[in-house]
Design a protein around this ligand. Structure first.
Ligand SMILES: Cc1cc2nc3c(=O)[nH]c(=O)nc-3n(C[C@H](O)[C@H](O)[C@H](O)COP(=O)(O)O)c2cc1C
Length: 622
């Protein structure tokens, strides 16, 4: 029985709902039938052609040929110069080109004649209509015409009707060929196997339709032989059941086969997935930032630090009061905190702001430790050293990491783990990522071509290191990379919402608990770093006390008042005009009205400003 006959049997015996489900298309049945009748021990071949000046393209092509057997394929490997060995016009298998560029964007000597031939102006537009090919171009971005030979061959084959079966790779010797070459080779096998099968199916269809054109009797005989009776087809993949169908519903045209891509195209781009053209584009990725730190962990007994890294002007103060300003069903929870600054040197004025030193979220720290597989060493002491052979200019030990602090302390109080990773960090993460598609996506995100995806999926959604580690599970960076790339954990600043004249020894500030809802890039919702931490600090001591209009909760007795570290920010010029007769209009969004409360208390010695101002704000912001 021929392929078409077997396809027909499969088709007639496959339930309609299975066919309609798009899981098994008629086209697939056809391809499947082809694989059924193919002798399993015969390896599928493909043609592998290289053009090389100094041997790199040749050795990469040889490497591809060596790996082919592992994938059940065999490569016919030739240098482009050996034209008598191949015939692209008649080729019935996929063709892979590996070509470098030399001189000033010229083809290597061994590819010159091939390029000249395909550039021949007399060639018709459909000259290579049957050709399925992929190009791996080698070049160097330090030269003006990057990968020009690969691009020339690619462009001309397209003009002459050939089709890509796999995206073109442009590898840059300037940053390391392997950045593109390795993932390109890893991905080519799947595409090759599919294309080999599709071309074989196509070849068979062409043969069959050729036969039917020339011999109608043979066609009739073949249709007879496709009757179910007398055939015993048993397949594990498909559950066969009688279901009559017309032979005319079988795929007939070549376009049905050709329009199927080698991989299902994603519908939407995401943090981990790009769309065309980016997914097939050549990438300009930044140079790999040179590593400069050696980080070791020591299990030596030493005093463990606790609390933030303090500077001179930072002081520890108690939270003496907390008032929840909004009701539970409000869009945002607003809280006013009163700090007891009596006896401290914090000479603030309304219009000033001050820093609150907050730690990273402990569960995020734990999850990073887990991902780095360092949970067991969280209390080990971190030793930092500059790499002696580092190529980084003016490399320095990070000043924000205290000597000998523990790993837990480092991640809790020193590094901004929520910071949005810069492109250089993404570039460095590429090197620690195993899976080829993840590697490629990280390359895209740090590349020039992937800039808008970077903005959309990383910067605008405030994606942080942990989000990336979760989205790219085969990315396993060493601790040193985190210390090199994560910036110093910054304090968060708040405006004073009180006047020290009105509240001597006290400092008020107001904040909303910022919620970042879950999104595809960040599957778990999270709260603002400092506001989430502050609300956790006070919530155990908040006691409900609300009336319909008044505050809902207020901090309980003097016991167990939480402490925070703060520092006054100097140099503010945000002040009320000194002329008290001057009318002032104050406009601010939400908790942005905080400094105005201080101004009003200062000027009018108001006591109930907070609630009034808040009510007013509410009206305007919702
Ligand atoms: C003399 C010379 C000229 C080159 N000119 C270019 C060029 O114009 N464009 C480009 O992208 N790469 C250029 N390259 C980089 C090579 O294409 C790249 O190093 C490639 O990996 C070499 O592969 P091969 O050893 O197979 O020739 C040039 C390299 C050399 C040594």
């Amino acid at each position: 029985m021929n392929i078409r006959g077997l396809t027909h049997v499969l088709y007639r015996n496959t339930p309609r709902n299975v066919l309609q489900s798009k899981i098994y298309s008629p086209c697939m049945l056809h391809a499947f039938a082809w694989t059924c009748v193919m002798p399993s021990e015969v390896k599928s071949r493909f043609l592998l052609l290289y053009g090389s000046q100094r041997g790199q393209a040749q050795s990469i092509a040889e490497e591809i040929a060596d790996q082919a057997a592992e994938h059940g394929l065999v490569a016919d490997l030739f240098c482009l110069t050996n034209k008598e060995k191949y015939n692209l016009e008649k080729e019935t298998v996929p063709v892979v080109f590996v070509v470098s560029t030399t001189g000033d964007g010229e083809p290597p000597d061994t590819a010159l004649s091939f390029v000249k031939t395909i550039k021949e102006k007399t060639l018709p537009r459909n000259h290579f209509a049957r050709l399925n090919y992929a190009v791996l171009g080698l070049g160097d971005t330090n030269y003006a015409n990057f990968c020009n030979c690969g691009k020339t061959i690619d462009g001309r084959l397209q003009e002459l009707g050939a089709k890509h079966f796999y995206s073109t790779g442009h590898a840059d010797d300037g940053v390391g060929l392997e950045i593109v070459v390795d993932p390109w080779i890893e991905g080519v096998w799947e595409a090759l196997k599919k294309t080999v099968a599709e071309m074989a199916t196509q070849g068979q269809q062409d043969t069959d339709s050729g036969r039917s054109l020339h011999n109608t009797d043979l066609s009739a005989a073949s249709q007879e032989s496709t009757g179910v009776s007398g055939l015993d087809v048993s397949l594990g993949l498909l559950k066969l059941k009688d279901s009559p169908a017309e032979a005319s519903e079988l795929p007939k045209s070549t376009s049905e086969v050709e329009t199927r891509g080698t991989q299902p195209a994603p519908l939407e781009a995401s943090l981990t997935q790009s769309l065309l053209p980016l997914s097939e584009s050549a990438l300009n990725v930044p140079a790999l930032p040179p590593p400069f730190l050696r980080v070791s962990l020591e299990d030596a007994p030493a005093q463990e630090l606790s609390g933030p890294v303090l500077q001179e002007h930072h002081q520890e103060v108690s939270i003496s009061k907390a008032v929840q300003l909004t009701r539970d069903d409000s869009v945002k929870t607003a809280i006013m905190l009163e700090l007891d600054i009596s006896g401290k040197d914090i000479p603030y004025h309304p219009g000033d702001s001050f820093d609150v030193l907050c730690p990273n979220n402990s569960s995020e720290v734990q999850r990073i430790l887990q991902r780095l597989r360092l949970e067991q060493q969280s209390h080990h002491h971190v030793q930092l050293e500059l790499k002696k052979d580092t190529k980084k200019k003016a490399a320095q030990l990070p000043g924000h990491v205290p000597e000998g602090c523990t790993l837990l302390y480092l991640l809790t109080w020193c590094l901004e783990i929520r910071s949005v990773p810069k492109k250089a960090f993404l570039r460095a993460l590429v090197e620690c990522t195993e899976a080829a598609p993840e590697k490629r996506r990280l390359q895209e995100l740090c590349s020039k071509q992937g800039s808008s995806d970077y903005n959309r999926f990383i910067r605008d959604t405030s994606v942080c290191l942990l989000d990336l580690l979760l989205a790219f599970p085969s990315c396993n960076p060493p601790l040193s990379l985190l210390v090199e790339h994560l910036p110093k954990l910054q304090p968060r600043s708040y405006s004073a919402a009180s006047s020290s004249q009105r509240h001597p020894g006290k400092l008020h500030f107001v904040f909303n608990i910022v919620e970042f809802p879950a999104c595809p890039e960040r599957p778990a919702a999270r709260r603002g770093l400092c506001t989430g931490w502050l609300s956790d600090l006070v919530s155990p001591v908040l006691q409900p006390c609300g009336t319909a209009q008044g505050p809902l909760a207020i901090i309980g007795g003097a016991a167990a008042l939480p402490k925070v570290h703060v520092g006054l920010r100097t140099g503010s010029s945000f002040r009320l005009p000194s002329d008290p007769t001057l009318p002032v209009v104050m406009v601010g969004p939400g908790t942005g009205v905080a400094p105005f409360i201080g101004f009003l208390q200062q000027r009018y010695s108001l006591t109930s400003t907070l609630t009034h101002t808040h009510t007013h704000t509410h009206t305007h912001t919702h």
